[in-house]
Design a protein around this ligand. Structure first.
Ligand code: SPV
Ligand code: MG
Length: 672
């Protein structure tokens, strides 16, 4: 890209500093001049041709620039009438040297790398503005409407923002502006040679599309007076002590991250917050790489000064503690589930004068490929199988919701709500025998055979990544169960729950209203042990489900069985109840915990649905399964819809009960 630096001005307000040299050669702290700093920054931003317009002390400027050994081609365009014209005329003279998109800047502008990167990286024309700085009295203001700069000048105040003469111009916008400048300069009207080039721009701005790029909080200033120079020098000194914060959950590091880190580090001393396993799990997945390793990885990246844990999706705690001057993030979080997190960051920063800097999110195909391959890893059976155990280790208290088809699987996978600075989602999916049977119009009596059940499992697993808890009914004959566990293990299921019933199993919610027989304890223990022995890994968990409370056998029986089943190798215990009160489940959990503090406890609060997860967890329960709510809520909705069509001889009346077709299409990802 070509850059045009306008450096023909006299710089009369600078006093002695410009007595022997042009203003752009004003020295800055650290030994650079305004111009040498600009040239270095432009080269670093990938500029390969730099056009400099000269006026006063043109020879001094040329000699100086040639002594710098600039990496890009440098062309000088002299404005012989620099004393009687403004830079509009210099731009007119320089036009022949320009081609394609350009960067346009004044030679007295000092800015930090990030501001240039934001302007240069814009895909449209762009101008540096600050939406929160007080409007300057004499300098440029930009009138902004929507996401476009409508006019630039010193007299505007309405809908205006402080603006700096640092632009990116697309080829088309450059031509439009320069054509108008041409008609000004050829008009023979001397006023038109002395006005700002922006006067010409304002007449054609409706044909251009210049995006305001907000540099609030970053250094970008013109130097017109020795006071300006002192202020900018002080700001440059502050840059060194500026604290920058950025947070990652990433367990793959790709070029997109490195790029962001490099840019963030250019802003100051960079602290990286790494989301703890718990924090990532809460809104995404259990990370593939544990916190300690991710932290170590980031600690060793160039530019990272320090790594700290971030315990929640919310930045509030870390920002309140660290008070960074700047938070950096990709602009992708302006949309989607992270939007409220962003809003909170903006408000916390506003509380102490911090600033949010957003970089365009990388659409590099290599980055998308790296992220896709990471998502794939979550879906693969060998990884997925062990996730439930790991989640129990990291979170301890989990929820699961029923899924009986690909579509309900997607609902279980993707449902999220934002709460207290974090996202809540289900941890796992329960493939219920009741719902699997019901969706096939069959009773829940182990009539749907294992082949059909496995088809449901596969259908769900194919489109989701969360761990699967399989309702194994009674597990069937021990001789069959050993094959079932191997199939489940191979498929990537994380837990199978088998209930201690024998003979014709009926749904537990019938309780003693129908004839059901509880299994003999020893026999059930043998089934558990055989299942455990048949496994090739220790990842598929076998959970023993106790029906004593369902069948009226009492608390002691339930506890006795629980201890026997864990001794036989059960990885978890599910206690079931059909009471409308949670009391017996809570009592069981407390009594069991007196004897076993570790084995995970599972429950299904269907009949005692008024209980909260918190009450269950505090009694010692670890996994709360919402076993049938998707089926039970969908069924009456479908029934009403069908009856409405029958009644009205049309689908119009039921339309409002239906999800818009567009939404249901979006629920299904085209490529997982
Ligand atoms: C199921 O969802 O199939 C269960 C739980 O086994 S219950 O229906 O309550 O028995
Ligand atoms: Mg069942």
């Amino acid at each position: 890209m070509t850059a045009l630096i306008l450096a023909s001005g006299v710089g009369s307000r600078m006093g002695d500093i410009t007595a022997q040299r042009p203003k752009c050669m004003t020295p800055l702290p650290d030994g650079e001049t305004i111009l040498s700093r600009q040239l270095r920054q432009l080269c670093a931003a990938g500029t390969d041709k730099i056009v400099i317009t000269t006026g006063a002390f043109a020879d001094v400027l040329r000699d100086y620039v040639s002594s710098l050994g600039v990496a890009a081609e440098v062309i000088f365009v002299h404005n012989p009438d620099f004393e009687t014209t403004n830079y509009i005329y210099s731009m007119f003279l320089a036009e022949k040297e320009l081609d394609g998109d350009i960067l346009l800047l004044h030679g007295d502008l000092v800015f930090e790398d990030t501001v240039l990167q934001m302007i240069a990286g814009s895909s449209t024309s762009a101008m540096a503005v600050s939406t929160t700085r007080p409007l300057p009295e004499k300098d440029f203001k930009a009138v902004i409407s929507g996401d476009t700069v409508r006019a630039v000048g010193i007299d505007f105040t309405k809908n205006a923002a402080a603006a700096m003469p640092l632009y990116r111009l697309t080829d088309a916008d450059r031509r439009t502006w320069l054509t108008q400048i041409g008609s000004y300069c050829r008009s023979g009207d001397s006023q038109k040679l002395r006005c700002y080039a922006e006067n010409a721009l304002n007449e054609v701005s409706d044909k251009c599309s210049i995006r305001p790029v907000d540099f609030t909080g970053l250094l970008c200033a013109e130097i017109d007076t020795p006071d300006d120079l002192a202020a900018v020098s002080a700001e440059l000194a502050c840059l060194k002590s500026r604290r920058v914060y950025m947070c990652f959950s990433a367990d793959v590091i790709h070029s997109g991250h490195i790029n962001m880190i490099r840019r963030a580090a250019a802003l100051g001393r960079l602290t990286i917050g790494i989301m703890t396993d718990r924090a990532v799990t809460a809104y995404k997945h259990l990370p593939l790489v544990a916190y300690a390793d991710r932290a170590e990885l980031f600690r060793n990246i160039n530019g990272v000064a320090e790594v700290v844990p971030q315990d929640t999706l919310s930045y509030r705690d870390n920002l309140t503690r660290l008070k960074p001057d700047i938070v950096v993030h990709g602009d992708d979080w302006r949309k989607g589930f992270q939007q409220p997190v962003r809003e909170e960051v903006v408000s916390v920063l506003a509380g102490y004068g911090g600033k949010l800097v957003e970089f365009p999110y990388s659409d590099d195909p290599a980055v998308s490929a790296a992220e896709r391959s990471m998502r794939c890893a979550h879906a693969l059976p060998d990884y997925r199988r062990g996730v439930l155990r790991k989640l129990l280790d990291t979170k301890r208290n989990l929820t699961a919701i029923e899924a009986h088809s690909g579509l309900t699987g997607l609902i279980a996978e993707n449902s999220r709500v934002y709460e207290n600075g974090t996202v809540r989602q289900f941890d796992a999916m329960w493939i219920s025998s009741l719902c699997d049977s019901t969706s096939r119009g069959k009773p829940d009596i182990e009539l749907v055979d294992m082949t059909a059940r496995m088809r449901t499992v596969n259908e769900i697993m194919e489109v989701t990544t969360k761990p699967v808890i399989f309702d194994g009914d009674t597990g069937g004959l021990t001789e069959h169960f050993v094959y079932t566990v191997r199939t489940l293990e191979r498929t990537g299921v994380s837990m199978v729950i088998i209930e201690d019933k024998s003979g014709l199993k009926k749904n537990s919610l019938f309780g003693t209203e129908v004839e059901q027989v509880q299994a003999d304890t020893e026999e059930f223990c043998r089934k558990i042990s055989a299942g455990k022995k048949a496994l090739k890994t220790d990842e598929l968990m076998i959970c023993a489900r106790i029906e004593s409370l369902i069948l009226g056998m009492g608390m002691d029986d339930a506890l006795r069985r629980a201890l026997a089943y864990t001794a036989a190798g059960a990885d978890a215990i599910m206690i079931h109840s059909r009471s409308s009160s949670p009391d017996e489940v809570l009592t069981f959990a407390r009594l069991f915990r007196e004897q076993d503090g570790f084995t995970p406890l599972v429950c299904v609060p269907t009949s005692y649905s008024s209980v909260t997860e918190e009450e269950l967890y505090s009694a010692g329960i670890n996994i709360v399964i919402y076993a049938n709510q998707l089926t039970r809520s969908a069924f009456p909705a479908m029934q009403q819809t069908a009856e409405s069509i029958l009644r009205t001889h049309s689908a119009a009346e039921c339309e409002e009960m239906c999800m818009p077709f567009r939404e249901i299409i979006r629920l299904i990802p085209e490529e997982y």
